[in-house]
Design a protein around this ligand. Structure first.
Ligand SMILES: [Fe+2]
Length: 305
Protein backbone atom coordinates (compact mmCIF):
# COMPACT_ATOMS: atom_id res chain seq x y z
CA UNK A 1 0.00 0.00 0.00
CA UNK A 2 1.20 3.53 -0.79
CA UNK A 3 2.05 5.63 2.28
CA UNK A 4 0.08 8.85 2.72
CA UNK A 5 2.41 11.52 1.38
CA UNK A 6 0.25 13.73 -0.76
CA UNK A 7 1.52 17.14 -1.75
CA UNK A 8 -0.35 19.81 0.23
CA UNK A 9 -1.87 21.60 -2.77
CA UNK A 10 -1.35 18.92 -5.36
CA UNK A 11 1.23 21.12 -7.09
CA UNK A 12 4.45 21.30 -5.10
CA UNK A 13 6.77 20.95 -8.04
CA UNK A 14 10.41 21.89 -7.62
CA UNK A 15 10.06 25.30 -9.19
CA UNK A 16 10.49 28.88 -8.16
CA UNK A 17 7.84 30.32 -5.86
CA UNK A 18 6.83 33.82 -4.92
CA UNK A 19 8.43 34.98 -1.68
CA UNK A 20 7.97 38.21 0.20
CA UNK A 21 10.89 40.47 0.92
CA UNK A 22 9.89 40.21 4.57
CA UNK A 23 10.48 36.46 4.54
CA UNK A 24 13.84 36.97 2.88
CA UNK A 25 14.85 39.51 5.51
CA UNK A 26 13.83 37.11 8.28
CA UNK A 27 15.90 34.31 6.84
CA UNK A 28 18.83 36.70 6.45
CA UNK A 29 18.59 37.38 10.21
CA UNK A 30 18.77 33.68 10.96
CA UNK A 31 22.18 33.61 9.23
CA UNK A 32 21.49 30.41 7.35
CA UNK A 33 23.51 31.33 4.28
CA UNK A 34 25.94 28.99 2.64
CA UNK A 35 28.10 29.69 -0.32
CA UNK A 36 28.36 26.61 -2.49
CA UNK A 37 31.46 26.30 -4.63
CA UNK A 38 31.10 23.73 -7.39
CA UNK A 39 32.75 22.84 -10.66
CA UNK A 40 30.49 22.51 -13.68
CA UNK A 41 32.42 20.90 -16.53
CA UNK A 42 35.57 21.98 -14.66
CA UNK A 43 34.47 25.61 -14.52
CA UNK A 44 34.14 27.08 -11.01
CA UNK A 45 30.65 28.34 -10.16
CA UNK A 46 29.57 29.87 -6.85
CA UNK A 47 26.07 30.32 -5.55
CA UNK A 48 24.33 31.17 -2.30
CA UNK A 49 21.85 28.89 -0.52
CA UNK A 50 19.67 29.88 2.44
CA UNK A 51 17.64 27.49 4.56
CA UNK A 52 17.98 25.64 7.83
CA UNK A 53 20.13 22.50 7.52
CA UNK A 54 18.56 19.07 7.87
CA UNK A 55 20.10 16.48 10.23
CA UNK A 56 22.62 14.28 8.37
CA UNK A 57 21.61 10.68 7.88
CA UNK A 58 23.46 7.55 6.68
CA UNK A 59 20.46 6.39 4.67
CA UNK A 60 20.78 5.70 0.93
CA UNK A 61 17.33 6.66 -0.32
CA UNK A 62 17.55 4.49 -3.44
CA UNK A 63 18.28 1.37 -1.35
CA UNK A 64 14.65 1.17 -0.24
CA UNK A 65 13.12 2.28 -3.53
CA UNK A 66 12.53 0.87 -7.00
CA UNK A 67 15.58 1.64 -9.11
CA UNK A 68 14.48 1.96 -12.74
CA UNK A 69 18.11 2.19 -13.84
CA UNK A 70 18.80 -1.35 -12.47
CA UNK A 71 19.91 -3.76 -15.17
CA UNK A 72 20.69 -1.02 -17.70
CA UNK A 73 24.22 -0.29 -18.88
CA UNK A 74 23.86 3.20 -17.36
CA UNK A 75 22.88 2.03 -13.84
CA UNK A 76 26.20 3.07 -12.23
CA UNK A 77 26.15 6.64 -13.56
CA UNK A 78 22.38 7.00 -13.06
CA UNK A 79 21.79 8.69 -16.43
CA UNK A 80 22.01 8.11 -20.16
CA UNK A 81 21.78 10.22 -23.31
CA UNK A 82 20.07 8.53 -26.27
CA UNK A 83 18.16 9.14 -29.49
CA UNK A 84 14.72 10.44 -28.53
CA UNK A 85 11.93 10.00 -31.11
CA UNK A 86 11.66 9.41 -34.87
CA UNK A 87 12.08 12.70 -36.78
CA UNK A 88 8.40 13.31 -37.63
CA UNK A 89 7.21 12.68 -34.07
CA UNK A 90 10.02 14.75 -32.59
CA UNK A 91 9.13 17.66 -34.86
CA UNK A 92 5.47 17.40 -33.86
CA UNK A 93 6.44 17.41 -30.19
CA UNK A 94 8.87 20.32 -30.46
CA UNK A 95 6.67 22.53 -32.65
CA UNK A 96 3.64 21.89 -30.43
CA UNK A 97 5.61 22.76 -27.31
CA UNK A 98 6.97 25.97 -28.90
CA UNK A 99 3.34 26.99 -29.51
CA UNK A 100 2.46 26.13 -25.93
CA UNK A 101 5.28 28.35 -24.60
CA UNK A 102 4.02 31.19 -26.82
CA UNK A 103 0.48 30.65 -25.45
CA UNK A 104 1.72 30.83 -21.86
CA UNK A 105 3.64 34.01 -22.67
CA UNK A 106 0.49 35.58 -24.17
CA UNK A 107 -1.49 34.54 -21.11
CA UNK A 108 1.10 36.42 -19.01
CA UNK A 109 0.31 39.54 -21.05
CA UNK A 110 3.10 39.48 -23.62
CA UNK A 111 2.48 40.15 -27.31
CA UNK A 112 4.03 37.14 -29.03
CA UNK A 113 3.92 36.34 -32.76
CA UNK A 114 3.26 32.79 -33.98
CA UNK A 115 6.84 32.52 -35.24
CA UNK A 116 8.45 33.98 -32.09
CA UNK A 117 11.77 32.22 -31.39
CA UNK A 118 11.37 30.98 -27.80
CA UNK A 119 15.15 31.09 -27.24
CA UNK A 120 14.66 34.87 -27.28
CA UNK A 121 12.25 34.70 -24.32
CA UNK A 122 14.62 36.80 -22.17
CA UNK A 123 14.26 39.74 -24.56
CA UNK A 124 10.45 39.57 -24.33
CA UNK A 125 10.35 39.20 -20.53
CA UNK A 126 13.47 41.21 -19.75
CA UNK A 127 14.64 41.23 -16.13
CA UNK A 128 11.08 41.25 -14.76
CA UNK A 129 10.63 38.75 -11.91
CA UNK A 130 6.86 39.27 -12.02
CA UNK A 131 6.50 38.55 -15.73
CA UNK A 132 8.75 35.50 -15.52
CA UNK A 133 6.75 34.17 -12.55
CA UNK A 134 3.51 34.79 -14.46
CA UNK A 135 4.84 32.48 -17.18
CA UNK A 136 6.43 29.79 -15.04
CA UNK A 137 3.41 29.52 -12.74
CA UNK A 138 1.65 28.02 -15.78
CA UNK A 139 4.35 25.49 -16.60
CA UNK A 140 5.01 23.84 -13.24
CA UNK A 141 2.55 21.04 -13.85
CA UNK A 142 0.89 20.75 -17.25
CA UNK A 143 -1.72 18.11 -18.00
CA UNK A 144 -0.53 15.50 -20.49
CA UNK A 145 -3.71 16.22 -22.46
CA UNK A 146 -1.78 19.28 -23.69
CA UNK A 147 1.15 17.26 -25.01
CA UNK A 148 1.38 17.55 -28.81
CA UNK A 149 1.81 13.72 -28.98
CA UNK A 150 0.08 10.91 -27.11
CA UNK A 151 2.02 10.26 -23.88
CA UNK A 152 2.21 6.61 -24.97
CA UNK A 153 4.78 7.56 -27.65
CA UNK A 154 7.12 8.86 -24.95
CA UNK A 155 6.27 5.98 -22.61
CA UNK A 156 7.28 3.49 -25.28
CA UNK A 157 10.66 5.16 -25.87
CA UNK A 158 11.53 5.51 -22.18
CA UNK A 159 10.43 1.89 -21.59
CA UNK A 160 12.91 0.77 -24.26
CA UNK A 161 15.71 2.78 -22.62
CA UNK A 162 14.93 1.37 -19.16
CA UNK A 163 14.45 -2.18 -20.45
CA UNK A 164 11.07 -2.47 -18.70
CA UNK A 165 7.60 -0.99 -19.16
CA UNK A 166 7.10 2.46 -17.62
CA UNK A 167 4.21 4.90 -17.73
CA UNK A 168 3.92 8.64 -17.14
CA UNK A 169 1.37 8.11 -14.38
CA UNK A 170 2.37 9.15 -10.88
CA UNK A 171 1.07 6.41 -8.56
CA UNK A 172 1.43 8.69 -5.51
CA UNK A 173 -1.12 11.26 -6.69
CA UNK A 174 -2.56 9.60 -9.83
CA UNK A 175 -1.44 12.64 -11.85
CA UNK A 176 -0.43 12.67 -15.50
CA UNK A 177 1.77 15.73 -15.81
CA UNK A 178 4.68 17.13 -17.72
CA UNK A 179 6.78 20.22 -17.03
CA UNK A 180 8.52 22.88 -19.06
CA UNK A 181 11.60 24.63 -17.70
CA UNK A 182 12.53 28.12 -18.85
CA UNK A 183 15.89 29.50 -17.72
CA UNK A 184 17.01 32.93 -18.90
CA UNK A 185 20.73 33.57 -19.41
CA UNK A 186 22.50 34.74 -16.25
CA UNK A 187 19.30 34.93 -14.17
CA UNK A 188 18.62 32.79 -11.07
CA UNK A 189 15.78 30.93 -12.84
CA UNK A 190 17.19 27.42 -12.54
CA UNK A 191 16.38 25.39 -9.46
CA UNK A 192 19.23 24.61 -7.04
CA UNK A 193 21.13 21.30 -6.70
CA UNK A 194 18.72 18.68 -5.29
CA UNK A 195 17.28 15.18 -5.53
CA UNK A 196 13.68 15.07 -6.79
CA UNK A 197 12.90 12.60 -4.03
CA UNK A 198 13.49 15.28 -1.38
CA UNK A 199 9.98 16.30 -2.43
CA UNK A 200 7.04 13.95 -1.85
CA UNK A 201 5.51 11.91 -4.68
CA UNK A 202 8.62 11.42 -6.81
CA UNK A 203 9.90 8.06 -5.51
CA UNK A 204 10.51 5.10 -7.80
CA UNK A 205 10.56 6.94 -11.13
CA UNK A 206 12.94 8.07 -13.86
CA UNK A 207 12.95 11.59 -15.20
CA UNK A 208 13.66 12.87 -18.69
CA UNK A 209 15.19 16.12 -19.91
CA UNK A 210 14.56 16.91 -23.57
CA UNK A 211 16.08 20.07 -25.05
CA UNK A 212 13.66 22.42 -26.84
CA UNK A 213 15.62 25.67 -27.29
CA UNK A 214 18.91 27.20 -26.17
CA UNK A 215 20.05 23.96 -24.53
CA UNK A 216 23.83 23.92 -24.86
CA UNK A 217 27.05 22.91 -23.10
CA UNK A 218 26.62 26.19 -21.18
CA UNK A 219 22.98 25.89 -20.18
CA UNK A 220 21.69 22.31 -20.16
CA UNK A 221 20.80 20.27 -17.10
CA UNK A 222 23.62 19.51 -14.68
CA UNK A 223 24.02 16.41 -12.52
CA UNK A 224 26.50 14.55 -10.31
CA UNK A 225 27.12 11.09 -11.87
CA UNK A 226 26.74 8.20 -9.42
CA UNK A 227 25.23 10.35 -6.65
CA UNK A 228 21.96 8.37 -6.72
CA UNK A 229 23.75 5.83 -4.48
CA UNK A 230 25.24 8.37 -2.06
CA UNK A 231 24.17 8.31 1.60
CA UNK A 232 22.32 11.43 2.66
CA UNK A 233 25.21 12.32 4.99
CA UNK A 234 27.58 12.95 2.06
CA UNK A 235 26.12 16.44 1.57
CA UNK A 236 24.20 18.84 3.80
CA UNK A 237 20.75 19.82 2.53
CA UNK A 238 18.15 22.32 3.62
CA UNK A 239 15.25 20.92 5.61
CA UNK A 240 12.61 22.72 3.55
CA UNK A 241 12.50 24.68 0.30
CA UNK A 242 15.75 26.53 -0.35
CA UNK A 243 16.36 30.16 -1.23
CA UNK A 244 18.85 30.11 -4.09
CA UNK A 245 20.64 33.37 -4.94
CA UNK A 246 17.72 35.18 -3.26
CA UNK A 247 14.95 33.29 -5.09
CA UNK A 248 12.71 30.85 -3.19
CA UNK A 249 12.14 27.33 -4.47
CA UNK A 250 9.85 24.60 -3.14
CA UNK A 251 12.58 21.98 -3.37
CA UNK A 252 15.24 21.55 -0.65
CA UNK A 253 18.80 22.03 -1.91
CA UNK A 254 22.38 21.01 -1.20
CA UNK A 255 23.86 23.75 0.98
CA UNK A 256 27.22 22.25 1.93
CA UNK A 257 29.54 19.56 0.71
CA UNK A 258 32.82 18.46 2.24
CA UNK A 259 34.21 17.41 -1.11
CA UNK A 260 34.15 19.67 -4.16
CA UNK A 261 31.19 18.49 -6.19
CA UNK A 262 32.08 17.57 -9.76
CA UNK A 263 29.00 18.44 -11.72
CA UNK A 264 28.62 17.72 -15.42
CA UNK A 265 26.28 18.71 -18.20
CA UNK A 266 25.55 15.65 -20.35
CA UNK A 267 24.17 18.14 -22.92
CA UNK A 268 21.83 16.09 -25.10
CA UNK A 269 21.61 17.25 -28.74
CA UNK A 270 18.23 18.51 -30.06
CA UNK A 271 17.31 15.01 -31.30
CA UNK A 272 18.40 13.33 -28.05
CA UNK A 273 16.95 12.82 -24.59
CA UNK A 274 18.64 12.65 -21.19
CA UNK A 275 17.08 9.99 -18.96
CA UNK A 276 18.13 10.20 -15.32
CA UNK A 277 17.37 8.86 -11.88
CA UNK A 278 15.49 11.33 -9.65
CA UNK A 279 17.77 10.11 -6.84
CA UNK A 280 20.76 11.77 -8.57
CA UNK A 281 21.87 15.18 -7.38
CA UNK A 282 20.95 17.48 -10.24
CA UNK A 283 19.98 21.09 -10.89
CA UNK A 284 21.93 24.25 -10.22
CA UNK A 285 22.10 24.47 -14.02
CA UNK A 286 22.84 28.15 -14.36
CA UNK A 287 22.38 29.34 -17.94
CA UNK A 288 25.75 30.73 -19.06
CA UNK A 289 24.65 31.28 -22.67
CA UNK A 290 25.43 34.77 -23.94
CA UNK A 291 22.04 35.33 -25.55
CA UNK A 292 19.72 32.32 -25.47
CA UNK A 293 17.07 31.23 -23.00
CA UNK A 294 17.09 27.50 -22.28
CA UNK A 295 13.72 25.78 -22.66
CA UNK A 296 13.36 22.07 -21.93
CA UNK A 297 10.75 19.38 -21.41
CA UNK A 298 10.71 17.33 -18.24
CA UNK A 299 8.50 14.31 -17.59
CA UNK A 300 8.58 11.45 -15.11
CA UNK A 301 7.85 7.76 -15.59
CA UNK A 302 6.98 5.02 -13.07
CA UNK A 303 6.93 1.22 -13.35
CA UNK A 304 4.01 -0.08 -15.41
CA UNK A 305 4.57 -3.73 -14.54
FE1 LIG B 1 14.63 17.91 -10.27
Amino acid sequence: MMPERRRPNGAADETQVRVSTLRLRRSENRSTYSTMKVNINNKAVEYRIEGEADAPDQQVLLATAQDLTAGTDWAAQGYTVAEFLPAAELQQLQRGLYQLVREFMRHAGLAVADDFDISQYHHAVGDSKELHLAVINQIKEISQTRLPLPASVLEQRVSALCGRPVQALNPWDNGRWFHLRIVRPNQPDNNPLHRDVWLPDYDDCVNIYAPLAGSTANSSLTLVPGSHWWPESRVVRTRGGAVYNGVAFTVPAVKESEEPLQIIRPNPAPHEVLVFSPYLLHGGAVNLNADATRVSLEMRFWPAD
